[in-house]
Design a binder for this molecule. Structure first.
Ligand SMILES: Cc1cc2nc3c(=O)[nH]c(=O)nc-3n(C[C@H](O)[C@H](O)[C@H](O)COP(=O)(O)OP(=O)(O)OC[C@H]3O[C@@H](n4cnc5c(N)ncnc54)[C@H](O)[C@@H]3O)c2cc1C
Length: 413
């Protein structure tokens, strides 16, 4: 039986990042995944500089920066009206490319095993991992980074606790102006115009030379609206966001339309010896809140930049060691924030009470105030008043503290 310090189940974002960090720290590690190259799956397509900061701490930030497309500036609408043109530090990247870029950073010393894990037997000391091929691996620690797949967790007596089934539905597709040419913005966030449309927001952002669209809606799986969108995406989009065209002009959907519903769940019974859960294997996030990739990255960085080396330095791998990771303030804070944001986004889109209407109108005011402050800042920087149309270009050159404000504002939507 081959033996390693650590065996990682799943080479998605969290697993690949963990493998890279553990191998760089000089521990022996094997990572198991059915796909040698991560397939073109519809998942997270946008990250931000906050996540890049964490990736830098893992030593792989530069590689992602090179592979992704920086949007630099974005327009924001609230209640169907343009309220803000701001600097933006979001990075568009297809999920397959993101994961494969992280995989390329895994040092050669790490062993990649193409296969499917069918069983994990855990203990206070040595863990045994069984593959579909019949091979068994031994490890002191198993990192479960197996994403949405539930069977392995179940076999360990861990339960999936559903918090909200079909919490949201995400669409991904490319768009272009119907008349050709280009849009007047580099990126756009167009929020739901009224709760009756059940839209969180549509975001348009560049990936290479394409303009990608992610649309987040709150609909049940049986809702005929989902079928209508598949059959006629342009018309259905127009009906759900009636004022969109006043910002973008007529637009055309090109290429395939991808759709994924997401259940919000967390795992129970996870405080066990020898096995630690990261990323979606621990809990999912709502794509509309945009926190799933951040959660996976934070999990991997917190686990591998300290805990793993500490745990391996002394004998045994009891549940008390594993619990240190789950109780880590940064990791647990990231989980709490992710869940809270998932519910806040949904209420912001759907709740018709006076309190939530007040919040919607407040977001209009905040957007306009920020836009004015960027414009004022560029007057002070340049000593000349920018023309209305050039605010977007000038915000790209905004001082870094202004960008920081924009990043944290983007993180709070
Ligand atoms: C449509 C959609 C849009 C999203 N948009 C955003 C967004 O805008 N922003 C954001 O932050 N997040 C977003 N997310 C969430 C984000 O993509 C995920 O939270 C994140 O990718 C999870 O990474 P992971 O490493 O935990 O799982 P994954 O990347 O899914 O990796 C799991 C890996 O485990 C492997 N595996 C599974 N079972 C086994 C087994 N038995 N043996 C071996 N290997 C196994 C799989 O092959 C896979 O490679 C989105 C999600 C979806 C679905």
């Amino acid at each position: 039986m081959r033996q390693f310090d650590v065996v990682i189940v799943g080479a998605g974002l969290a697993g690949s990042m963990s493998a890279s960090m553990i191998a760089r720290a000089g521990h022996s590690v094997a990572i198991v995944d059915p796909n040698e190259v991560y397939p073109d799956e519809f998942r997270c397509e946008k990250i931000d500089f906050g996540q890049i900061e964490v990736l830098h701490r893992a030593g792989i930030g530069d590689a992602i920066l090179t592979a992704a497309t920086h949007d630099k500036s974005a327009w924001v609408t609230r209640l169907g009206r343009l309220v803000e043109k701001r600097p933006s530090d979001q990075l568009g990247i297809d999920y397959g490319r993101l994961v494969n870029t992280v995989r390329a950073q895994i040092p050669e010393e790490a062993v990649f095993i193409r296969g499917k894990v069918t069983g994990v037997e855990n203990s206070e000391d040595l863990q045994r991992v069984t593959l579909a091929s019949g091979e068994s691996l031994a490890a002191r620690l198993v990192i479960m980074a197996s994403g949405l797949s539930n069977s392995l967790r179940q076999s360990l007596g861990m339960d999936r606790k559903d918090l909200s089934l079909c919490h949201s539905v995400t669409y991904g597709f490319d768009v272009e102006p119907e008349a050709g040419g280009s849009f007047p913005f580099r990126a756009l966030s167009h929020y739901g115009e009224h709760p009756r449309f059940r839209v969180a927001y549509l975001t348009l952002f560049p990936i290479g030379s394409r303009l990608r669209a992610n649309l987040f809606v709150y609909r049940d799986l049986g809702d005929p609206w989902l079928r209508a969108f598949r059959a006629a995406p342009e018309e259905t989009l127009k009906a759900a966001l009636p004022r969109l065209e006043s910002i973008t002009g007529p637009l055309r959907v090109i290429g395939p339309v991808k759709m994924r519903p997401i259940d919000l769940y967390e795992t129970s019974g996870y405080r066990q010896p020898g096995v630690v859960l990261v990323g979606d294997a621990f809990a999912t996030a709502c794509p509309a809140a945009g926190t799933g990739a951040r959660k996976a990255i934070v999990d991997a960085e917190r686990l591998c930049n300290g805990f793993v080396a500490q745990w391996l330095a002394t004998p045994g791998m009891g549940a008390e060691k594993i619990s240190e990771f789950y109780d880590d303030v940064v990791k647990s804070g990231s989980d709490r924030k992710s869940q809270a944001l998932a519910w806040r986004m949904k209420a912001m889109a759907l709740d018709e009470s006076a309190a939530w209407w007040l919040r919607r109108w407040a977001s209009v005011g905040v957007g306009l105030a920020r836009w004015a402050s960027y414009a004022l800042r560029s007057i002070r920087v340049d000593g000349v008043k920018p023309a209305r149309e050039t605010v977007r270009d000038r915000t790209q050159e905004a001082p870094s503290e202004l960008k920081d404000q924009a990043i944290s504002a983007a993180g709070q939507i």
